[in-house]
Write a protein that binds this ligand. Structure first.
Ligand SMILES: C[S@@+](CC[C@H](N)C(=O)[O-])C[C@H]1O[C@@H](n2cnc3c(N)ncnc32)[C@H](O)[C@@H]1O
Length: 223
């Protein structure tokens, strides 16, 4: 099964563009710092898979890479096109030849596709040997329909952790999930997808605004 779904973000692209700029504040700074740390310096094209509005062009370009974005949502790409070259494409059917690219990043899309493993598999296909992949997303153990952060510092994780179905359930009526819903990929499945794609894990990172991490990422290299 591929990952393509309807371009749910078309209706929310202007909102998302604002949401991932000033309004995201510390969160966006943390995403950028973690992404830059995992990606490291380099040159050549860095494919931003599910690039959205292109919010992460600055940290990628600052490291020497040439960002190139793909996304399913034309509405999102309207914003991203002001920041980098873009193309409409399904993340699980990337319009690149096998082994064509030196680097790819995938930021905050693991809950936006029904089969994130298929996305990682296709990234593994288009990376050249030695190519670099950075995944950064919501922490699979602590962010999802199964996790209630409304009574912080207590965070309640319930048995829906095992449920991969699409849902709009969320404790937070103001976030992305309330607008477009989300899927879920458990931690082990996420890491196993990388190794199944021929990607060797180099480093993993958990980070958050409190002791409980809300972001999880890894850097991997195509063998
Ligand atoms: C939460 S946004 C993240 C955007 C950007 N990476 C960021 O961090 O701001 C998720 C993005 O994934 C895109 N997306 C969802 N399914 C996709 C697919 N099958 N192929 C490509 N992009 C997809 C959406 O259109 C949306 O722009």
């Amino acid at each position: 099964m591929g990952s393509e779904t309807t371009a749910a973000y078309d209706a929310h692209a202007d909102w998302y563009n604002d949401f991932m700029s000033a309004a995201a504040g510390d969160y966006l700074r943390r995403v950028h710092a973690t992404l830059g740390d995992l990606l490291g310096p380099g040159d050549g094209v860095c494919l931003d898979v599910g690039c959205g509005t292109g919010a992460h062009v600055p940290p990628v370009a600052d490291l020497g890479w040439t960002p190139l974005g793909v996304d399913l949502s034309v509405g999102q790409l309207r914003h991203a096109a002001r920041r980098m070259p873009v193309a409409v494409a399904d993340a699980a059917r990337l319009p690149f030849a096998d082994g064509a690219l030196p680097a790819a990043v995938c930021v905050l899309i693991s809950t936006d596709v029904p089969d994130y493993g298929a996305v990682i598999a296709d990234i593994g296909r288009v990376l050249r040997p030695g190519g670099r992949f950075v995944h950064l997303g919501v922490h699979p153990c602590f962010i999802g329909a199964f996790a209630d952060w409304s009574d912080r510092p207590r965070i309640v994780v319930d048995q829906r952790y095992a449920d991969r179905a699409h849902t709009y359930d969320t404790w937070n009526p103001h976030g992305v999930r309330a607008r477009v819903g989300g899927w879920h990929i458990p931690l082990a499945d996420l890491l196993n997808a990388a190794t199944a794609a021929g990607l060797r894990l180099e480093r993993t990172v958990e980070c958050g605004g409190s002791a409980v991490p809300d972001l999880f990422g890894f850097a991997a290299v195509k063998d």
